[in-house]
Design a protein around this ligand. Structure first.
Ligand SMILES: Cc1cc2nc3c(=O)[nH]c(=O)nc-3n(C[C@H](O)[C@H](O)[C@H](O)COP(=O)(O)O)c2cc1C
Length: 213
């Protein structure tokens, strides 16, 4: 291979994560780390990698945007007829990874996705730029298109169809809430001796342990 990948190496020494700094609820720590990612120059801190798996067990991962966070979980919006939507319909178990490399951090979530209330999807859809709203109608996400020209023609069609009116939320478009069962916080340290604190949801609430790096 041309670039010398074996020589690419970064020493991690921006910080540490001690048990003493870990609150009882992982969402409290997530909120604090998210604020630091926002203030710390992370590009699109709300971009996260969503992994799903089909019934055959084939995993697929792609980036989506975190658009809400509450005690219920992590919210993102998408086309529910997409590859990820059809995976989640048969297997709601999924994982999220926030790759906050600029802070030498990553947060991993494992959990179960459920469809967000329709009213939330409609309220969020109404706040999107008109171009994105039209795109949601024009694109059958994850299906094969014959050409870029066919995609552009589909966009022009919906532009004409909704000319002069508000663009409603398509029936196939909506949100998912990922209810976390495992949340892991990873902070890079020198010599690959990283800090990993993992929270697991138990019958009596969240339990936290340290994992070897
Ligand atoms: C930074 C970034 C953010 C993205 N956010 C979303 C999103 O919020 N919702 C979405 O449906 N696709 C989003 N995408 C596109 C997805 O990664 C993906 O291409 C698309 O959802 C189709 O995925 P699927 O065929 O696996 O279902 C994003 C891509 C990038 C690179």
């Amino acid at each position: 291979m041309d670039p010398d990948l074996a020589a690419l190496r970064q020493e991690y020494e921006l910080g540490g994560l001690a048990e003493a700094d870990a609150p009882a609820d992982p969402l409290t720590l997530f909120a604090a780390w998210f604020a630091e990612a926002e203030g710390g120059g992370v590009h699109e801190p709300n971009a996260m990698v969503l992994a799903t798996a089909s019934t055959t067990g084939q995993p697929a991962a792609r980036a989506v945007l975190l658009k809400g966070l509450s005690a219920a979980g992590f919210v993102f919006y998408t086309n529910q007829e997409s590859r990820k939507g059809s995976d989640l319909a048969v297997n709601p178990l999924c994982a999220l990874t926030f790759p906050w490399f600029e802070l030498q951090r990553q947060v991993r979530v494992e959990g179960t996705a459920s469809v967000a209330p329709r009213s939330d999807a409609e309220a969020y859809f109404a706040t999107r730029p008109r171009e994105s709203q039209l795109g949601a109608w024009a694109s059958r996400q994850s299906s094969v298109v014959s050409s870029r020209a066919a995609l552009d023609a589909s966009y022009a069609d919906v532009e004409a169809r909704f000319a002069g009116t508000d663009v409603p939320c398509p029936p196939h478009w909506g949100g998912y809430v990922v209810a976390p069962r495992v949340v892991e916080f990873w902070q890079g340290r020198r010599g690959r001796m990283h800090d990993r604190l993992v929270y697991r949801l138990t019958g009596s609430g969240w339990a936290m342990e340290r994992l070897a790096p």
